[in-house]
Ligand binder design. Structure first.
Ligand SMILES: NC(=O)c1ccc[n+]([C@@H]2O[C@H](COP(=O)([O-])OP(=O)(O)OC[C@H]3O[C@@H](n4cnc5c(N)ncnc54)[C@H](OP(=O)(O)O)[C@@H]3O)[C@@H](O)[C@H]2O)c1
Length: 118
């Protein structure tokens, strides 16, 4: 059975991706910061392993991969989805600068890539 790590699996696109993969026979390693959300999702999927991870932390990423290998024996793929989601209309006064501030703040900290880099 293939094994795929999905980062940002606790909500939104990552959660839906994890659900689709698991229901199609993939073992899914669920990674995000909110352990309670990962546990709840894993409880209703056929083959899912929750591993709480903050992808801003390179050591946590190493630990994620090591734990995934130890628990499943292989890693075949990565859905590197963790990041900032949500929808903001540019028609709402002030919405875009506020969103841009969040995105650029994350870029400055190198927060969105699974390797802790952009
Ligand atoms: N929705 C859109 O229209 C859209 C458009 C273009 C691109 N995207 C991109 O698609 C991705 C998912 O978007 P979404 O709408 O599904 O967002 P979402 O519902 O807000 O989900 C974001 C996910 O990323 C996780 N995450 C955030 N920071 C993290 C960190 N430091 N370490 C580990 N996990 C982290 C969150 O989990 P925790 O909070 O539990 O850590 C959550 O599971 C994002 O990268 C976003 O930028 C989305």
């Amino acid at each position: 059975m293939p094994v795929v790590i999905v980062t940002g699996a606790s909500s939104g696109i990552g959660r839906t991706t994890a659900e689709r993969l698991a229901r199609n026979g993939t073992t899914v390693v669920l990674a995000a910061r909110r352990a309670d959300k990962l546990q709840a999702l894993a409880a209703h999927l056929p083959n899912a392993v929750p591993i709480p991870t903050d992808v801003r932390d390179p050591a946590a990423i190493d630990a994620l991969v090591a734990q995934a290998l130890a628990l499943t024996g292989r890693v075949d793929g990565l859905v590197n989805n963790a990041g900032i989601g949500g929808v903001a209309s540019i028609l709402v006064a002030g919405a875009f600068p506020a969103l841009a501030d969040r995105v650029y703040a994350n870029r400055a900290a190198g927060k969105t890539d699974v390797k802790g880099q952009l």
